[in-house]
Design a protein around this ligand. Structure first.
Ligand code: CU
Length: 343
């Protein structure tokens, strides 16, 4: 229909039509761009790129953004994948060999061999050697991700049915709860963030900082997992688990609760906004929190005031004592003079 309609147009009309269409498309693109720019993240996440998010038809890991995740990826790509590939190909080759060489037509009278000591030793020892080889790097990685000895700050994480609670003990105790933002609300507010991952209160963390993560739960076992940062640890009621993270790139990172914790297990996502240290300090102040240096300076100032007051008190006490002594001396003096006068 459209084609026959077009064929009825004159060349001039066609050109005008094309130009108009082009203009319409350009306006659309421009409007979309402006709208999109306006829809970009507000607040702490403004201008941040989404890095840690699953993508359609993606293959492999999310791009690593922490030293531990990088090591995990190297361990997987350079050690596990080659071993898995070699083992699979070897077994496949054996199967093909058996099917081709020992089928009923090629090998009508099969051998009656039941044991071969050498072969049995080999197929026991080789897998053991492979596992022993894997133990060393995997233990190294496990301990590297276990804890940091040079933590610059701490984030306390608490899992609830079905949301997360966060606390910044080194920053004046900033604390908040983070709930899922529903798909309807995202649509209603033209929020570009992904469904089932966006939260109402994202965690804000500084980049290039060793952050200690302490986690527990209020009700059942949850698990705090951020794929691009190489963090996945159970949050257990009545118990504190520790791990750490160092985010090397500014951006938004998403994660989810990774322990079946009940009806809304799939609806308690984790959203991290990793920002520069300066922006992090601004955010801390906006939350009525304080940076550790400020807390330390305040403490030092309070200690100095207390010490000054104590010194002033001591000086006054010494002065009072002196005055008292002078008074007593004077009294003794007068008494002495009186005595002398009486003589
Ligand atoms: Cu959970």
């Amino acid at each position: 229909m459209a084609e026959s309609g077009l064929s009825l147009m004159t060349d001039l009309e066609k050109m005008t039509f094309k130009r108009l269409s082009l203009a319409a498309i350009l306006t659309g693109v421009l409007a979309f761009g402006i709208l999109h720019a306006q829809q970009a993240f507000a607040g702490a996440a403004e201008g941040l790129e989404i890095i840690g998010q699953p993508k359609n038809w993606a293959f492999g890991f999310q791009p690593p953004a922490s030293p531990i995740k990088l090591q995990m990826e190297e361990f997987h790509n350079h050690l596990l994948v080659p071993i898995i590939t070699a083992t699979s190909l070897f077994v496949l080759a054996l199967l093909v060999w058996v099917v081709v060489r020992y089928n009923r037509h090629v090998n009508p009278t099969p051998s009656r061999t039941t044991h071969n000591t050498m072969l049995e030793v080999v197929w026991t020892v080789v897998p053991v050697v492979i596992l022993v080889l894997l133990v060393v790097p995997s233990m190294k990685l496990l301990y590297a991700g276990d804890r940091t000895h040079e933590a610059e700050m701490t984030l306390n994480i608490k899992g609830y049915q079905w949301y997360w609670g966060y606390e910044y003990p080194d920053h004046g105790g900033i604390n908040f709860l983070a709930n899922l933002v529903s798909e309807e609300d995202l649509k209603k507010n033209n929020d570009p963030r992904p469904r089932l991952l966006a939260t109402d209160n994202p965690i804000v963390l500084p980049v290039n900082t060793n952050i200690r993560l302490l986690m527990t739960a209020a009700d059942v076992i949850h698990a705090f997992a951020l794929p691009a940062l190489g963090v996945k640890l159970d949050a257990v009621p009545g118990h504190t688990n520790e791990t750490w993270v160092r985010i090397e790139k500014e951006g938004v990172y998403y994660g989810q609760c990774s322990e079946l914790c009940g009806q809304n297990h799939g609806f308690m996502p984790i959203e991290v906004n990793a920002v520069s240290k300066e922006r992090f300090a601004q955010w801390v102040h906006a939350q009525n929190g304080k940076m550790p240096e400020e807390i330390a300076a305040e403490k030092a100032a309070a200690e100095k005031t207390a010490a000054d007051a104590k010194a002033a008190e001591a000086a006054k006490a010494a002065e009072d004592k002196k005055a008292e002594e002078a008074k007593a001396e004077k009294a003794a003096d007068t008494a002495g003079k009186k005595k002398a006068g009486a003589k």
